[in-house]
Design a protein around this ligand. Structure first.
Ligand code: HEC
Length: 316
């Protein structure tokens, strides 16, 4: 790219000049003319190195994306890749879906799963307005204190409170779920191989065990769960919740929405991070182009000049 510059043009015209005019100028410029005509050794090496790197990278990408899991019983069925709204480099979350997902979490999942790392204030301007988030927080009672008598007391929730969990501790959670522990869902979007694809596939993947597969009492068959037997039963059924925006609450719609919600809780900074990244790309891209231009401008007089040595006339 840089070869097509005034510099190489100047060298070419110098070469032409050298051919047309015998004498000193010719001797000085033949070397330059040759170097434009033949690719240098360094150039050849760099090109070969670059091609090797790109080839290796493509090969590794191909292998990585075409790896099938060898042991489905141990690792679970590999989830399909779904076109999540936030997957692209410059894409943000589908916030309407995240808002519906919060509703699904609240009405379905929160009876077993906690969400320790999300406070009501995090919902503001992401899924809910300030007033809506305050109203949501006030639906719950939180222990606070001590007051002036040293007593703890209950008060309505505030924006700074974290979403309340269903159980006071892990033992209580296990006792209520036949020994299985429903994990905290805050970081679930990143905690499992496959992320959002896995959660969606898990929630919609329940069906009867195939012939020959025995599932213990109290467990359920789900090919996407490592081992195939999961303690959580199927929880999503058509029309389980009623969406306020009128979206039909099919099983797959609810699974998609709650998965989007879990992707957001795992990476609440994603939108801001991508926005900052885009800004940085634009800024540094412009500065880089500007610096290239300036460098060429400043060097133009140096790179296109010709130094000619005229030996002093021989004195007799
Ligand atoms: C009746 C209680 C109950 C409800 C309701 C429930 N779960 Fe679970 N969930 C569990 C239990 C118990 C486990 C642990 C399963 C195991 O380890 O076998 C679990 C595990 C999970 C896992 C982790 C799977 C893994 O790979 O370890 C995810 C993800 C999950 N639940 C998502 C949800 C979502 C999303 C909802 C709401 C739509 C939900 N759950 C509703 C009881 C529940």
């Amino acid at each position: 790219m840089l070869a097509r510059t005034p510099l190489s043009a100047a060298l070419k015209s110098a070469a032409r000049f050298a051919v047309s005019r015998p004498g000193q100028a010719r001797r000085m410029t033949t070397q330059a003319a040759e170097s434009t005509a033949k690719p240098s050794w360094t150039n050849t090496m760099l090109t070969a190195g670059g091609m090797a790197t790109v080839g290796t990278a493509l090969g590794m990408y191909y292998l990585e994306s075409h790896t099938a899991h060898a042991n489905m019983a141990d690792e679970g069925l590999h989830p399909p890749a779904y076109p999540w709204a936030h997957r692209g480099l410059f894409d943000s979350f589908d916030h309407a879906s995240v808002r519906r997902g919060y509703q699904v979490y609240k009405e379905v999942c929160s009876s077993c799963h906690s969400m320790d790392r999300i406070a009501f204030r995090n919902l503001v301007n992401v899924t809910h307005t300030l007033d809506e988030a305050k109203a949501l927080a006030e639906e719950y009672e939180f222990k606070d204190g001590p007051d002036e008598h040293g007593e703890m007391f209950m008060r309505p929730g505030k924006l700074s409170d974290y979403l309340p969990g269903p159980y006071p501790n892990e033992e209580a959670a296990r006792a209520a779920n036949a020994g299985a522990y429903p994990p905290d869902l805050s970081l679930m979007g990143k905690a499992r191989h496959g992320g959002a694809d896995y959660i969606y596939a898990l929630l919609t993947g329940y069906h009867d065990p195939p012939a020959g597969v025995e599932i213990r009492d109290g467990l359920n068959y789900n090919p996407y769960f490592p081992g195939g037997a999961i303690a959580m039963a199927r929880v999503l059924f058509d029309d389980l919740v009623e969406y306020e925006d009128g979206t039909p609450a099919t099983t797959s719609q609810m699974a998609k929405d709650v998965t989007n919600f879990l992707a957001w809780t795992a990476e609440p900074e994603l939108d801001e991070r991508k926005r900052t990244g885009a800004k940085a790309l634009i800024l540094f891209g412009t500065l880089f182009a500007l610096s290239l231009y300036l460098k060429r401008l400043k060097f133009a007089s140096l790179k296109t000049r010709k130094i000619v040595y005229r030996p002093p006339p021989k004195s007799h």
